[in-house]
Ligand binder design. Structure first.
Ligand code: HEM
Length: 54
């Protein structure tokens, strides 16, 4: 399994909606966080991931 860095250009260009869906519903080996995190919290997490890409 290949894990792509958040700093990879494809991830920098990916829309927020892609990360929101991955966090909410899961992706690959990662389980979804729907029910654990609210939609608002998921958006906050995506904002945090954006700060890691700088
Ligand atoms: C709240 C905590 C977490 C957040 C915010 C988060 C966020 C993300 C995001 C945004 C991606 C990228 C999806 C994409 O390619 O568009 C991702 C991928 C991934 N995450 Fe997480 N993650 C979290 C927790 C975890 C945990 C606990 C695990 C370990 C079981 C995990 C394992 C993975 C793996 C393996 C991928 C790559 C999936 C693939 O491309 O097949 N994540 N995560």
């Amino acid at each position: 399994m290949k894990i792509v860095s958040f700093k990879d250009p494809t991830m920098v260009k990916a829309p927020d909606s892609q990360f929101e869906t991955a966090v909410k519903d899961g992706k690959g080996k990662m389980k979804g966080f729907a029910g654990t995190l609210s939609d608002a919290q998921i958006k906050e997490v995506v904002s945090y991931i954006r700060t890691l890409q700088k």
